[in-house]
Structures are given as C-alpha cells and as structure tokens.
Design a protein around this ligand. Structure first.
Ligand SMILES: [Mn+2]
Length: 387
C-alpha cells in the first residue's frame, strides 16, 4: 500500500494491464485499470465514518445492530444556539474514520468488525414548535429501537430488555442536550427506569422553570432541565452519575436537588485527586449491572480543545483523559449513547467536530466490547534500556 503511494503514476496502468488479461477486456476502463471506486477521506457523500447511509425511518428493509442517528434540534438552549448543525459537524469530523481503518490501538479492536453499524440519517426535526420536535424525536427513536437486530455473529448485545427482546443500540448525534428527554421516554418503554452516565460541565438537573423564569408547559423543557423532567416522569433510576462538572450555581441547595434527582457528582477537579482509574471505579460501582444510557455533552472537554459548543466552561478535561475514562467503562450494560451540544459555528479548524467524532467511535466500541482493554504499557525503565 505504501509502495503504491510512491509508484510513479505512469507505471500503474502498465502494471495493472499485465495483471488483468482476459477479464480486463470484459470490463470498463476504470474497473479494468483501477478496480473499485473507493471514497477517500475527503471525498464522497457525508455519512458517519463513511458508513452506508440509509433513511431508516422510511426503509424498514435495512437491518442493523447499531444505528447512528442525527437529531438536529437546538431551540431549547440557554446561551449560544447552533447545535442543529452538530450532526453535520460530527459526520464531517469523522471523515478520516472508516470501518476498514477502524482498528484503535488503545482499544486493541475495531468496533465495526463486531457489529453491523449504519448511518440512519437525521430526524427531520421541526424548528418552529418544540413540543412537535420532541414528539418527532421520540417517535423516530422508538421506530428504530423497535426494529429487529441484524444479529451479526460477534455482536455483544445489551442484556435483554424487560419486554424480553433484543433491541438495536442507537448512537445519537445532537442537537442540544434537550434531545435526551425524548430518548429517555423511548428507552423507558423498552427497558423501564435506567441509570445515566452523564458527562458534562453542567449538572442539567435544574428545577423546571429555573432557566426560563416564566412557567409555561413548554418553557420548562430546556437543555438544563431535562433530567429533572425525566426523573419526575419516572424514566430514570436513582443511581445515575455526573462526570466533569464545573459550572457555577445559585447555591448548594441545587446539589441537594441534584441528589434527589438521582445523581452522584464527579467534579472536573476530582481528576487531579483521584486520577482516571479511581473515577472509573466510582462510575462502575454506582452503575453496577443496571441498563445504562451514556449521555456526553461536548462541553465536558476543555474549551481549548472543544470551543464549538453552546455554553463553554473553562478548565475542563482533555480529550485524552476523557477517552481513557471511557475505555474503563467497557462491559457496563449500555443501552444507548449520545454526543450533544456540538455547535460548529464556533469551531476553529474543525477541532471540536473531529474530537466529537473520535469520542463517538469510543461509544460504538463500548457497545461491542465486554471489558476494558488490557494493554501492556512498557515500563519507563525498559524503554530506557531499549534506547
Ligand atoms: Mn448538557
């Protein structure tokens, strides 16, 4: 492969012509000379990691184990809007990813080789009526969740749902964080109350109406109140956990409320005292064997590495630290995942979209692996000896 890269172009037709004799005469010139028309990293229609793209809401004939689904909704944000372009930005950031080149050294596996993963496109979310949009997102999620799994031989499936069936897993590309409310409503129909691992700079458990001030039924539903609403609706168990929190509050009473909503708190600063391994242990102990949903707000990451988000907070975790924590969570009973709040209008050189795509690949790997990778790290001393 590397040799071909440096082969003078003029030689390629001659070499190929020798390889293709009778067969070549039966084929069109491109195929005869160059074989398959493959997409390069920077070419082709845009889908997540160059996966097959299907409008799954219409097409009931395409089966899958894992669906990537966009929810371009951003009309319940408190500060900078723009996450409706999140699915586009994450797909664009994934252009150098592909199933063929998906082997991750730190995971020691390729998630695409374990399951049939496809890009199901975007829910055509109404941008003028939030109640309608939220119903559309729930309906779309339930539509895909109800489909039979493809059943690829080596797929690790989530434990059977309380309806006794296996269900596909959906990786959702947001959208502002409000999209989790319709997702939890849909998952509840299948799994009952579930735990949530919530990576975020903010707790997102504000009391209903705390952000909007004026209490109308719709203004309660925002990207900072959705967990409170989900808990009040009985969608979540009381064993959820936040990770990466560092927002300021009106007072400590909001943390009491956060506990009532079912969350334990891991602050961004805790990584300095506990380290990544202890954070992993905390999360695993909290979740146990429960069906668990992974919700990841890109503002978990320091704005220096992920500036393109609606409510950036300084002094967050790095991409590398976060990815290490994620690998430690392999084997938990993940029933779905999302990455939200990517708003590319505020990006520089696509860095947020590229990082979000890399994190999304880790979520896919969490769906198909049974335990954290056991990579042997060369000891410093041994490394020194080699030199
Ligand atoms: Mn959030």
């Amino acid at each position: 492969m590397m040799m071909m890269r440096y082969l003078p172009l003029a030689l390629i037709p001659a070499v190929c012509a020798q390889q293709h004799t009778f067969e070549a005469q039966q084929q069109e010139p491109w195929t005869a000379k160059y074989g398959t028309q493959t997409d390069l990293g920077y070419t082709g229609p845009l889908s997540y990691s160059h996966l097959p793209y299907t409008r799954c809401l219409d097409d009931i004939s395409t089966t899958f184990d894992i669906a990537v689904l966009g929810m371009p909704f951003d009309t319940a944000t408190s500060y900078r809007p723009g996450a409706r372009f999140g699915p586009y930005a994450i797909r664009s950031g994934s252009r150098r990813q592909s199933p063929a080149g998906g082997y991750a050294l730190n995971w020691m596996t390729n998630p695409y080789s374990h399951a049939k993963v496809i890009d199901c496109g975007d829910v055509p979310v109404n941008p003028y009526d939030n109640a309608l949009a939220i119903d559309q997102m729930e309906t779309a999620y339930t539509t895909l969740l109800s489909r039979p799994v493809n059943g690829s031989a080596s797929t690790r499936t989530a434990k059977l749902a309380h309806d006794g069936a296996e269900h596909p897993r959906i990786l959702t590309l947001g959208g502002d964080h409000t999209i989790v409310l319709p997702i939890l409503r849909s998952l509840h129909q299948v799994y009952g109350p579930i735990s949530v691992i919530h990576f975020d700079a903010h707790i997102d458990t504000w009391p209903a109406g705390a952000l909007s001030g004026v209490l109308t039924e719709q203004s309660k539903v925002t990207h900072g109140t959705f967990f409170t609403l989900a808990f009040e609706e009985g969608l979540m168990s009381n064993t959820s956990i936040h990770a990466g929190i560092r927002n300021k509050l009106h007072g400590p009473e909001l943390i009491e409320h956060d506990e009532e909503v079912g969350f334990e708190l891991i602050l961004a600063d805790d990584i300095d005292d506990l380290g990544t391994d202890e954070i992993v242990k905390h999360i695993r102990q909290r979740i146990g064997d429960s069906p668990v949903y992974l919700s990841f707000d890109i503002d978990t990451i320091d704005p220096g590495q992920a500036p393109a988000t609606g409510t950036p907070e300084p002094a967050g975790w790095t991409g590398r630290e976060t990815k290490r924590i994620l690998r430690g969570l392999a084997g938990l009973n993940f029933v779905g995942a999302d990455i939200v709040e990517v708003a590319p209008a505020y990006d520089n050189a696509d860095i947020t979209g590229i990082l979000a795509a890399g994190l999304a690949d880790d979520f896919l790997t969490l769906f198909v692996t049974d335990e954290p990778p056991k990579r042997q790290v060369k000891q410093k001393r041994a490394l020194k000896d080699d030199l």
